[in-house]
Design a protein. Structure first.
Lengths: 97, 209
């Protein structure tokens, strides 16, 4: 199978973007993530939720003063799925050369 | 199939860009380096010419190292002005750069860069105040080079990779200045002035055009 390793959850580019950022940052809060995308809060939140439901990213909730602060990080299965997806894409590109 | 391939190539390019943008502060302005170098050269020249600051030995040989001569106070005041001008210019030009790139200046990479530079710089700053109070004025200039170099070296993971070699050069000049105290101010002018200008021009042409 050529498409081995490609994951449906990464079909949207914003989700690949989120995973890429979390691959090189230990944890990042919602607002820091938002700086990198030109989308609404709701859109970003729903894409984060989708990745969270796949158990690809984890969430740490805390409070800074009275403000809720949500931090995101990449889980082990998330890193594996991300790496596999990347490899699969590279393979697909190579196979068509 | 051609279209799909193009799609994946774009995906990968986007991923790479995201990783870089979110881990390294890329809005640092090369022109700010050039300006900082010019301020430093002017400052060093004024300190040498008008305040007669060019220590030829480590301590002041004074019976009472606690009281500072007036010209040393002026040199400290002058160096604070140079520092404020350099940081102000860097913030202003990097902020402009960030806007041009469609990014926020004060993002997570900027914070990380400041924190990682802050610890060695603050340590060095406090140590230099202690040196001044003990009358060890010959070490002031080379120690600023040493701690600035260490700060750059440790911060280079979070910005342009060239900052690493810049840090090493500053550390080298700092060590030379400690050994040959009489060339301390000259090393300082070379490190903060000349090297900043050279690196600034290089970074400007490499990243800002």
């Amino acid at each position: 199978m050529l498409t081995d390793g490609l994951h449906k959850a990464f079909e949207r580019r914003i989700r690949l973007g989120i995973m890429s950022i979390l691959a090189v940052n230990d944890t990042l809060d919602f607002n820091a993530l938002k700086d990198y995308f030109d989308v609404t809060d709701g859109n970003l939140a729903s894409n984060l939720k989708a990745l969270e439901n796949e158990n690809f990213i984890g969430v740490k909730k805390s409070f800074i003063g009275k403000k809720p602060n949500t931090k995101y990080f990449m889980t082990k299965p998330g890193r594996k799925a991300f790496n596999d997806h990347l490899k699969a894409m590279e393979k697909l590109i190579q196979s068509q050369k | 199939m051609q279209e799909e391939e193009q799609h994946y190539i774009e995906d990968i390019a986007e991923m790479r860009a995201m990783m870089e943008r979110s881990s390294r502060f890329m809005s640092l302005s090369g022109l700010a380096g050039v300006m900082a170098g010019i301020y430093a050269l002017a400052g060093a020249w004024i300190a040498w010419k008008f305040f007669d600051f060019n220590p030829e030995q480590i301590d002041r040989n004074s019976a009472n190292p606690g009281d500072l001569p007036a010209n040393l106070l002026m040199v400290i005041f002058l160096s604070v002005i140079v520092l404020v001008l350099a940081i102000g210019t860097a913030v202003f030009l990097s902020n402009r750069n960030a806007h041009k790139r469609g990014e926020k200046f004060w993002n997570s990479t900027a914070r990380r860069l400041v924190i990682n530079m802050g610890v060695p710089l603050l340590t060095g700053g406090l140590l230099i105040l202690i040196l001044v109070s003990k009358g060890l004025i010959g070490f002031i200039a080379p120690f600023t080079l040493l701690f600035y170099g260490l700060a750059l070296y440790s911060a280079s993971k979070y910005t342009y990779e060239e900052v690493r070699s810049l840090g090493l050069i500053e550390i080298g000049l700092g060590l030379i200045g400690c050994w040959y105290v009489e060339y301390g101010l000259l090393c300082w002018a070379a490190g903060f002035g000349l090297v900043h200008i050279i690196y600034g021009i290089y970074m400007h042409y490499r990243y800002e055009r």
